[in-house]
Design a protein around this ligand. Structure first.
Ligand SMILES: NC(=O)c1ccc[n+]([C@@H]2O[C@H](COP(=O)([O-])OP(=O)(O)OC[C@H]3O[C@@H](n4cnc5c(N)ncnc54)[C@H](O)[C@@H]3O)[C@@H](O)[C@H]2O)c1
Length: 440
């Protein structure tokens, strides 16, 4: 099938290359000229494991090309996906749909024959209706079916998630789109991925309901971690003890510094706003948003407390800047608030991240970027693990001990065993596992 993917970011590029891998003829289109020129030269605009090889192979096989102009690709496409960003509108908290609507208008100008227009971006309920109206208004002759097909991939495991999804959700009103969408995903459900076809509004809501539920699960275990610290219980064991109940499940029960990233913060907020607009408030999600927001600053307070009540004039090493491992995405990373708060309290920050430092420079206050964890630890009054990259799971603690000024490890991801760290002469502070103030 001939398919255009509009927006070649984390979702558009991964979805495009995966569909190409399955044999479709894909054009990944983006208005960002530098991004497209880079892709044509084999340079990936994002870090995602396995992406570069897959792009290279599919370009070589002639199934994947890149464009900055819809006129090149939309007229010949049977399916046009919209995969542009839907960030938070900073004034209202709603999802900002200006990119989606601008794309809808431009698609309308370029469609030729019957075309299925698919919103893959995460968009609030009713956006499909508006996209349909925009296209009809811009080009009354356009023959389109507007479909919702939210994406559930996770950064860091995006290719696997797209290729072997738990489910594919398609929301449609115009039945002509059904066989077309079935054909787009045929190679995936040969692998047994359930294809769920529903109405457009239901499909739009499924995406937000899923993300809000996961965000709530993380926030729940984070609150349990605080309670564990207060009552002298171990949150990792509480998580295991509840997670083994398969009505609950073990995933998304890792206590930490609060969720971040390009999806959960903006999607929970957008869901809250939609629910308020429809006079059907979601109090659980509202509480999740508030608790998570407060948590990031609370983690900075935890570091300050661990450092003896003040970090003024002290050097703090931050390991891990991205919102999670295996991505270079810094959007809404907890590290941002934690570092801002520590800087405000007078600390000097030495930071290191395996993939995120380029993006970090754009969003963090001035810090010293280092070449690796050991260089970052030099002269530190505390080493703080914010993101659990594999590289930080087996640090040479002997080497860290030699580098630091004060042997204090604050592990906001609970990736170390207390006795192991203490054996190397560190004070160890973690999340929801009290009794950690062991001094060797
Ligand atoms: N990142 C994720 O893990 C993830 C997962 C599931 C769903 N989503 C959703 O997918 C959507 C895209 O997210 P992303 O992370 O890929 O964003 P992104 O910022 O990485 O990519 C968006 C791309 O769209 C391009 N763009 C914007 N306006 C355009 C236009 N008029 N014409 C052509 N291109 C245009 C931008 O240049 C950019 O390259 C969002 O709605 C997001 O919520 C993201």
């Amino acid at each position: 099938m001939k398919i255009t993917m509009i927006g070649s970011g984390y979702v558009g590029l991964v979805s495009g290359v995966c569909l190409a891998e399955y044999g479709h003829d894909i054009v990944c289109m983006d208005k960002d000229v530098a991004k497209i020129e880079g892709l044509r030269a084999g340079k990936m605009p994002i870090f995602e494991p396995g992406l570069e090889e897959m792009v290279r192979d599919n370009v070589k096989a002639g199934r994947l090309t890149f464009s900055t102009d819809m006129a090149d690709c939309v007229p010949d496409s049977e399916v046009v996906f919209i995969g542009v960003g839907t960030p938070t509108n900073k004034e209202t908290g709603h999802a900002d749909l200006k990119y989606v609507y601008a794309v809808a208008e431009e698609i309308a100008r370029h469609v030729k024959d019957f075309t299925v227009v698919v919103t893959k971006s995460t968009v609030p309920v009713g956006t499909g209706d508006e996209v349909e109206r925009i296209i009809a208004r811009t080009n009354p002759k356009a023959d389109v079916a507007v479909v919702s097909n939210p994406e559930f991939l996770r950064e860091g495991a995006a290719i696997k998630d797209f290729m072997i999804p738990n489910r594919i959700v398609v929301g449609l009103e115009d039945q002509r789109a059904r066989p077309v969408m079935t054909e787009v995903y045929r190679p995936l459900f040969i692998n047994q991925a359930p294809l769920m076809i529903t109405t457009r509004r239901t499909s739009e809501l499924i995406k937000y309901a899923a993300n809000a539920f996961l965000a709530m699960k993380i926030t729940y275990i984070n609150e349990m971690a605080d309670l564990c610290e207060a009552v002298g219980a171990n949150v990792q064991e509480v998580a295991r003890g509840i997670g083994l109940d398969n009505r609950i499940g073990t995933k998304f029960l890792h206590a930490g510094p609060g969720y971040g990233g390009s999806c959960f913060p903006k999607d929970t907020l957008a869901l809250v706003k939609t629910a308020q607009d429809y006079d059907a408030p979601t109090q659980l999600v509202e509480a999740t948003v508030a608790v998570n927001e407060a948590r990031k600053a609370k983690m900075a307070t935890k570091v300050i407390k661990a450092a003896g009540g003040s970090v003024a004039g002290k050097t703090i090493t931050v390991l891990g800047l991205t919102f999670k491992p295996e991505t270079d995405d810094m959007r809404d990373s907890p590290a941002i608030v934690i570092i801002e708060e520590l800087v405000k309290a007078g600390a000097t920050i030495r930071g290191y991240d395996p993939e995120g430092m380029e993006n970090a420079r754009a969003v963090l206050p001035p810090i010293t970027y280092c070449d690796g964890p050991y260089q970052a630890a030099e002269g530190a009054d505390a080493v703080v693990i914010v993101t659990e990259w594999n590289e930080f799971r087996a640090l040479d603690l002997k080497r860290i001990k030699v580098a630091v000024k004060t042997p204090l490890l604050v592990d906001l991801r609970n990736i170390y065993r207390r006795d192991e760290v203490a054996r190397h002469g560190f004070r160890y502070i973690c999340v929801g596992r009290p009794g950690e103030e062991i001094t060797a």
